[in-house]
Design a protein around this ligand. Structure first.
Ligand SMILES: C[S@@+](CC[C@H](N)C(=O)[O-])C[C@H]1O[C@@H](n2cnc3c(N)ncnc32)[C@H](O)[C@@H]1O
Length: 130
């Protein structure tokens, strides 16, 4: 079977530069950032409006892709669990899903809040929240 091929559509600019400083999830984050979408994908943003929550899929470029069991939330007092039963960034395909609130949109940039990923994390998709 042919392996899937991804095209990164943009990059997240934020102020989180160390993994230790990143919130564990978007639901626990008040951090803000800018989604810079590459110009060739700009038309795909039509319909996104301020105040909307969007689902953003990121490629966690610094994640460990070899791990299949983790202590949930990095808490070593908790029993090891399979990564597919967690939201751990460590997984064979390190895709993160974050629900972000649109604060402003201008051309190919979207200001968002709820950021839980590092500065410079690649963006692979954006979807409407249902
Ligand atoms: C558990 S993930 C949650 C991501 C997403 N909300 C989800 O549920 O799929 C958030 C954690 O991923 C880690 N992380 C953030 N950006 C990363 C990156 N670019 N590469 C690797 N790990 C990252 C940080 O430790 C952060 O606390």
């Amino acid at each position: 079977m042919e392996e899937p091929r991804l095209h990164c559509i943009g990059i997240l600019h934020g102020d989180i530069t160390r993994l230790a400083d990143a919130p564990k999830n978007f639901s626990e984050s008040n951090r803000t950032g800018i989604l810079e979408i590459y110009p060739k994908y700009r038309d795909g943003l039509d319909g996104i409006t301020k105040g909307q929550t969007i689902v953003v899929l990121f490629w966690l470029h610094k994640a460990d892709r070899s791990i299949l069991k983790v202590h949930p939330r990095g808490d070593s007092s908790r029993e090891l669990r399979g990564v597919f039963a967690t939201r751990s960034p460590a997984r064979p395909n390190p895709i993160a899903l974050s629900e972000l609130l649109v604060q402003a949109i201008d051309e190919n940039t979207i200001a968002v809040s709820g950021v839980d990923v590092l500065d410079n994390t690649p963006i692979i998709d954006i979807k409407k929240k249902i």
